[in-house]
Ligand binder design. Structure first.
Ligand SMILES: [Zn+2]
Length: 125
């Protein structure tokens, strides 16, 4: 493959979360430095492939922290499957910890981000 500024290269898009075609924007010697995604246009450092699991965990942790920013347990409602919750609401779960409702799947299921990962819990049953 031809590697030069303006040429195309397959790389990991940090926004699309897929390996996609990118256009090379800058290089250091023979190394690709910055690219932009031909699909979404996002500019970022070049990555040849998907991030490792540890990076995924870091990305998740910062997403969780950003959603929870400035909100504490005192602003949360205790989780109970008989209660209905709203997207964006902070809930406290006895074993999983503090969670943020990110989506409603069906009337009786909600997606919640917890410190250890995303979970689907029942609501309003
Ligand atoms: Zn993209």
């Amino acid at each position: 493959m031809d590697i030069a500024i303006g040429k195309h290269v397959d790389g990991w898009c940090t926004r699309c979360k897929l390996v996609l075609r990118h256009t090379i924007e800058s290089m250091t010697g023979a190394k690709i430095k910055r690219t932009h995604c031909n699909t979404c246009g996002a500019q970022h450092a070049h990555r040849a492939g998907p991030p490792r699991a540890r990076d995924e965990q870091k990305i998740y942790a910062s997403k969780y922290a950003a959603l929870l920013r400035g909100r504490t347990e005192s602003a949360s409602r205790p989780y109970s499957r008989s209660v209905r919750f709203m997207v964006g609401e902070v809930i406290s779960h006895t074993t999983l910890g503090l969670g943020i409702v990110t989506a409603e799947r069906e009337r009786t299921k909600i997606d919640i981000l917890f410190p250890d990962g995303q979970k689907v819990l029942l609501q309003g049953c």
